[in-house]
Design a protein around this ligand. Structure first.
Ligand code: NAD
Length: 380
């Protein structure tokens, strides 16, 4: 059982899919680990540390991938990486499969068994493998840190000899995993925090963190949650009512953090140009949904823009990657926990149970075809 870990090819990807800790655990399960030279550097892990944990270092990606039975990655493999991967190999990564038909086809044609870690069911057994949660939690924390760094004032109230500094007002839009951590972090830093979401269950969560809930709580709102616990796309009428409430609230905020996503859909637009214009100069918006189109009008992927009225809109990409060492540590554990379920511990070999619900939910391609029901190629 040979497992390859390679350097992520996208320039802005600073994470790595294995750490010395997970290398050691996989080696203990009978695997031979091959890590591409320099793969961990952006996450603060040296080749020597991987070697000490039991891995062999390969000079380049092709050498690391040669004959690998399992490939651990952060992002889905590109064409060159697929070419170097043998047919039948398992590839585990964040595959970003929505609207990526060509990439799925390429993985199918390469004959790899690919697994999209972000499709892991959110059931108790799979919590330790939940990459959406492990990474979103860090993104929520980092959004507050980034917002605070762009904001030219202090967050906590301070009573000093030179006078009192008021606490900053922070509004968090979207209270999933990232939003909850943003609320907790903003509270720890002493801000006065409010939050909103379309899922009624979040009201209690917001209040339990010492923040105030702001939303139009009509009948549609009371039913706005899918069985899987995700947000539904709201009606135009609801969106208009909520926008009016939010508009008056946003004008009084110092930092707004948006995290609203709907699985498989573009991010909902929550903050209009007029709302941005209503904010005071020096205030900051941090848009964590920028990679899915953004919640904030005027957000630019990978940029911090300053509007004509002096409001900053922060659109950093790959926010978990801005905490690369921590993000890699948690991501690597998520991968290990899933891969461990595919290993026969006594025989020390791979033994995938294709009927396991976690395998079925995450498997995208196998034996030359796209296997996942949600991503079947459309008939020509
Ligand atoms: P997400 O990243 O899909 O979305 C972020 C938040 O945006 C969600 O709370 C969503 O309701 C909200 N949102 C969407 N449209 C909005 C709008 N128009 N206005 C305001 N907010 C809007 O969410 P997530 O962090 O992945 O969490 C989704 C669900 O999964 C939650 O119910 C969470 O508790 C649950 N969860 C369960 C587990 C588990 O293991 N059981 C683990 C993690 C998360």
């Amino acid at each position: 059982m040979r497992i390859a870990v390679i350097t992520e090819s996208e320039a802005q990807e600073s994470r790595v899919a294995a750490t010395p800790e997970t290398v050691k655990k996989l080696a203990a399960l009978g695997a031979t680990l091959v890590v591409q030279a320099g793969a961990g550097l952006k996450s603060g892990v040296t080749d020597a540390e991987y070697e000490a944990a039991g891995a062999t270092i390969a000079a380049d990606a092709a050498t690391a991938l040669a004959d690998a039975d399992v490939v651990l990655k952060v992002r889905r493999p590109n064409a060159a990486e697929l070419k170097a991967t043998k047919r039948g190999a398992l590839v585990l990564a964040i595959m970003d499969p929505y609207g990526a038909d060509a990439a799925l086809k390429a993985m199918a044609e390469a004959g790899v068994s690919s697994f999209a870690m972000e499709l892991m069911p959110r059931i108790t057994r799979a919590q330790v493998m939940d990459v959406l949660s492990s990474q979103a939690n860090l993104a929520g924390y980092r959004a507050v840190v980034d917002g605070a760094a762009e904001y030219g004032r202090a967050l906590p109230m301070m009573m000093t000899a030179a006078g009192t500094v008021p606490a900053a007002r922070i509004f968090v839009m979207g209270v999933g995993v990232a939003g909850l951590q943003a609320i907790a972090t903003a509270r720890r830093l002493g801000a006065v925090v409010t939050a909103t979401d379309v899922r009624p269950a979040t009201k209690e969560q917001v209040e339990s963190l010492g923040a105030k809930f702001v939303a139009v709580e009509d009948d549609e709102f009371k039913q706005a949650e899918t069985a899987g616990g995700y947000a539904k796309e709201m009606s135009k009428e609801y969106q208009a009512k909520q926008a009016a409430l939010v508009a008056s609230h946003i004008a009084k905020q110092d930092i707004v953090i948006t995290t609203a996503l709907i699985p498989g859909r573009p991010a909902p637009r929550l903050v209009s140009e007029d709302m941005v214009a209503s904010m005071r100069p020096g205030s900051v918006l941090v848009d964590l949904a920028v990679e899915r189109g953004g919640n904030v009008a005027g957000v630019k992927p990978g940029k911090v823009v300053t509007t004509a009225n002096g409001v900053k809109i922060v659109g950093h990409l790959n926010v978990p990657g801005r905490l690369a060492a921590t993000a890699s540590g948690l991501y690597a554990r998520n991968l290990f926990n899933f891969l461990e379920t595919m290993i026969d511990k006594s025989a020390k070999t791979l033994a995938v149970n294709w009927d396991d619900e976690l395998v079925k939910a995450t498997n995208l391609t196998r034996d030359g075809a796209v296997t996942h029901p949600s991503f079947q190629p459309k008939p020509a």
